[in-house]
Design a protein around this ligand. Structure first.
Ligand code: KG4
Ligand code: ZN
Length: 343
């Protein structure tokens, strides 16, 4: 079936037309068309996403992207429409939901709500051509979702059955990147900036704390790490006055984040006898994190999957996958903005 998917939970407006087939145990997807409007430049002067500005931009971008999609796809004739209902910024979510309701009326097609985190979780399916043999070696899986708003670790029994093992108790990993980037006087979003600088720096220059790394649970905490960077800067005047100093701090901060994410994910994979490790969310764009998890997963005999780079950050295609799976599972999310929707 052809699915028209809409994503407006944060600062990217995403629309996609997706072809989906197969069962919930063996789903298959191909992206026919995808259009994204990024709002990074709009929010950059504020150092983070401003909800009402995001709403205004989504309202402006949605019809433009739809026209683009209609033009590219020649004939837009979806069988199902799906839209992110949460988690995210409620004013932003509403714009997508209202727009999707109008489209469902226009096309006289069913509308299903999609969970943004499930979109991230499934996003590797947009590019992984899983053979039956690979599918047999997928579960149990440990999935790490790391974005600007979430850091969640799941134990998955199948594509549709999972248990939350842990999550962040304060800041999400992406949020920590963004906040530390601000301390280092780098532009928003901070993740790509810190990653770029970290390549040039010494990860052992400053030994920052690895919060909760030895705790027996699977929760995370990143706000103390951010504070440690803040105190370091307060106590070491001129620490970021040189490009080398800045790069060393970026590398040292990133080393601490990666150590914690990798340690907990791999420990969970061992404890639950996982056959694979799945990484997703905006922070999954980080090549150092991908490389580290891939290597450590291989050491314990686990396969490793992460989405293609274009599907790490928020996009419409991943919402198409989540919508299709919700449709197969007959999971009826209420068509209302749900800022704190869980996975
Ligand atoms: O998933 P996403 O696009 O939006 C949310 O659902 O939150 O994730 C955005 C987050 C931002 O915090 C951004 O700094 C982070 O992903 N990010 C990265 C990288 N690219 C984006 N973090 C670390 N390294 C990167 N290369
Ligand atoms: Zn996201």
């Amino acid at each position: 079936m052809d699915i028209l998917a809409i994503e407006t939970s944060c600062d990217e407006t995403g629309l996609a037309l997706l072809r989906a087939s197969g069962t919930a145990a063996a789903p298959k997807f191909s992206v026919r068309e995808s259009a994204i409007a990024s709002q990074i430049k709009i929010h950059q002067p504020f150092g983070g996403v401003v909800p009402n500005l995001a709403k205004r931009e989504h309202l402006k971008n949605l019809p433009i992207l739809l026209a683009k999609l209609r033009k590219k796809a020649k004939k837009l004739d979806p069988d199902l429409i799906t839209v992110t209902v949460g988690p995210g910024l409620e004013p932003a979510l509403w714009t997508g939901i209202v727009f999707a309701k109008e489209l469902a009326k226009e096309y006289k097609k069913p509308l299903v709500g999609a969970n943004h985190l499930e979109g991230h979780l499934y996003s590797f399916l947009l590019s992984a051509d899983l053979s039956p043999a690979m599918r047999r070696r997928l579960f149990p899986a440990i999935a790490l979702i790391v974005s600007g708003g979430h850091t969640v670790l799941l134990e998955m029994e199948s594509f549709t059955k999972w248990k939350r093992l842990g999550e962040t108790r304060d800041d999400a990993a992406g949020e920590a990147y963004d906040k530390v980037a601000r301390l280092l006087e780098l532009p928003y979003p901070g993740g790509p900036e810190i990653e770029r600088l970290a390549k040039k720096g010494n990860p052992h220059a400053v030994e920052f704390p690895r919060p909760m790394i030895h705790d027996k649970n699977y929760d995370f905490s990143f706000s103390g790490l951010k504070t440690a960077v803040l105190y370091y800067l307060r106590d070491h005047e001129g620490a970021i006055a040189t490009p080398e100093g800045k790069a060393d701090l970026a590398a040292s901060f990133q080393a601490a984040v990666l150590d914690v994410l990798a340690a907990k994910t791999i420990r969970a994979a061992q404890a639950f006898g996982a056959r694979s490790v799945l990484l997703s969310g905006g922070v999954a764009s980080n090549r150092a994190l991908r490389g580290r998890l891939k290597k450590e997963a291989a050491k314990i005999g686990c396969a490793f999957y992460a989405p293609e780079f274009e599907y790490n950050m928020d996009n419409g295609a991943m919402i198409g996958v989540a919508g299709y799976m919700a449709h197969l599972r007959k999971k009826h999310y209420s068509l209302k903005a749900q800022g704190t929707l869980d996975i």
